[in-house]
Design a protein around this ligand. Structure first.
Ligand SMILES: *Cc1c(COP(=O)(O)O)cnc(C)c1O
Length: 217
C-alpha cells in the first residue's frame, strides 16, 4: 500500500474513534528495508520512522539526517544496556524500556547527557515467556520506579500475541496507562493499527503495509 493509502486509513480510524485527524503519530517502521524505499517515503514528506536495532539505525539514519530535516526516529526493538548511549544519541523516543537495569542505565546517561528521549515502557500484555516487557501486574511498580529515576515516561507499548484478538491487549494497555496517568500508547502494527486507534493509540508502528515485505535475506 502507498503511504497515502495508509494515511487515509489512519484518518478514517481517527474519525471512527471520534478523534482529531493527525492525533495519532504514524511511525513508519523501516527496519530491514532497502534505503531506496525509505528514501521514497522521505521524499513524500514523511519524517517519523521506527527502527528496531541500534546498529541498523546508526548505519542508516545519520546519512538521511544530513539530507532531510526534521526526522524523528523511534527505537522500537529490544535494547541492550551497552547500546543505551548510542540509542539515546540517535533516537527521539525509545519504546522498549522493559527492566530496572535498563532504566537505571538510561537515568545515569540522561543525567550525564542532560537530555533523554521520550520513553515508553514495554508491557508483555500476553505474558508470553519469549517476549520482552514487564508483566501487567508489575507495570505500576515499574512506572513508579522509572519516575523515581526522573525518567521522562511518555507512555506504554505492547506487541500482542499473534494468535489473540489484539483489541483485548490494546484495551488492557490503555487501562494500565490510564491508572498510571500516562497518555502515550504505542500500539498497533500493519495488521491491526485501526483497532489500536479505536482503543486510544497515540503512536502506531506500521512497517510492511507501507514499505512492502521486509528483506530477511
Ligand atoms: C517490525 C515491527 C513493527 C512493524 O511491523 P509490521 O507488521 O511490518 O507493521 C512494529 N513494532 C515492532 C516492535 C516491530 O518490531
Amino acid at each position: 500500500m502507498s503511504l497515502a493509502e495508509i494515511t487515509e486509513k489512519l484518518h478514517k480510524a481517527e474519525d471512527a474513534a471520534g478523534r482529531a485527524r493527525g492525533s495519532v503519530s504514524l511511525i513508519a517502521v523501516s527496519k530491514k528495508q532497502p534505503d531506496a524505499r525509505v528514501e521514497a517515503i522521505l521524499q513524500e514528506g514523511h519524517r517519523v520512522f521506527g527502527e528496531n536495532r541500534v546498529q541498523e539505525a546508526a548505519a542508516k539514519w545519520p546519512g538521511f539526517r544530513e539530507r532531510f530535516v526534521g526526522i524523528e526516529l523511534h527505537l522500537i526493538g529490544p535494547l541492550q544496556t551497552n547500546k543505551a548511549r548510542q540509542a539515546m544519541e540517535l533516537a527521539q523516543a525509545i519504546h522498549s524500556v522493559d527492566r530496572p537495569k535498563l532504566a537505571r542505565t538510561l537515568a545515569r546517561l540522561a543525567q550525564e547527557m542532560g537530555t533523554c528521549p521520550d520513553l515508553f515502557i514495554q508491557v508483555n500484555t500476553g505474558e508470553e515467556p519469549q517476549k520482552a516487557g514487564v508483566l501487567p501486574a508489575k507495570t505500576d511498580e515499574f512506572v513508579a520506579e522509572c519516575r523515581g529515576l526522573d525518567l521522562p515516561v511518555a507512555g506504554l507499548m505492547c506487541i500482542p500475541p499473534v494468535d489473540e484478538e489484539p483489541s483485548l491487549h490494546f484495551a488492557l494497555l490503555a487501562k494500565i496507562a490510564a491508572r498510571n496517568g500516562l497518555s502515550g500508547l504505542s500500539m498497533g502494527m500493519s495488521g491491526d493499527f485501526e483497532k489500536a486507534v479505536m482503543q486510544g493509540a497515540t503512536h502506531v508502528r506500521v512497517g510492511s503495509a507501507i514499505f512492502g515485505e521486509r528483506d530477511y535475506g
